[in-house]
Design a protein around this ligand. Structure first.
Ligand code: ADP
Ligand code: MG
Length: 166
């Protein structure tokens, strides 16, 4: 229900904090890593406190490239890679705190509770969750689901990036 969870008061019915209508969907095609980076960068620049992005896609599809763009767009200059030994990596030097989750190796959703994921999802920063389908039940009511896919027929460097407001 709207406004039930902490920190959701600023959300209006059917819209997330970005003001995008729930259910809206757009597809962006990129033809090289720099274009995927640039899309991430734009999202980082436009993102608002409390926004949650999920990132789905096979290994090597460009999730890290995209995430590095988001970080750059938030004004983060330190290097961003996938959090290998921790579930979440926190960057605080940008315009907003950036919470980069990689839940690929998670054993149990309990681990998310232990690291205090709610303070990230319902806080004032921007969360990005790689492999979010593994923790689907913990995702907030509204988030932006980003799927990156290859299409071999369109070339080695082609990616189709679908952004959907959930
Ligand atoms: P993931 O994090 O999803 O495992 P990475 O971002 O680490 O993937 O790697 C993506 C690889 O694909 C990089 O080597 C990158 O240069 C390459 N690549 C080629 N074309 C693209 C594209 N359009 N968008 C993103 N990455 C691309
Ligand atoms: Mg990666």
């Amino acid at each position: 229900m709207e406004g039930q969870k902490g920190g959701l008061q600023t959300r209006a019915g059917g819209r997330n904090r970005g003001g995008q209508a729930k259910g809206s969907r757009r597809v962006v095609e990129t033809f090289g890593p720099e274009e995927t980076f640039a899309l991430g960068e734009r999202i980082g620049r436009e993102s608002l406190p409390g926004q949650v992005y999920t990132l789905i896609g096979d290994l090597g599809v460009g999730k890290t490239v995209f995430t590095q763009g988001v970080a750059a767009g938030l004004g983060i200059t330190e290097p961003v890679s996938s959090p290998t030994f921790t579930i979440v990596q926190i960057y605080e030097e940008g315009r907003l705190p950036f919470y980069h989750f990689d839940v690929y190796r998670i054993g149990d959703v309990q681990e998310m509770e232990e690291i205090g994921y709610e303070d990230c999802f319902y806080g004032e920063g921007v969360s990005l969750v790689e492999w979010a389908d593994l923790i689907e039940e913990l995702l907030p009511e509204h988030y932006c689901r980003i799927v990156i896919e290859k299409d071999w027929e369109k070339g080695f460097d082609y990616r189709r990036i679908t952004l959907e407001e959930i």
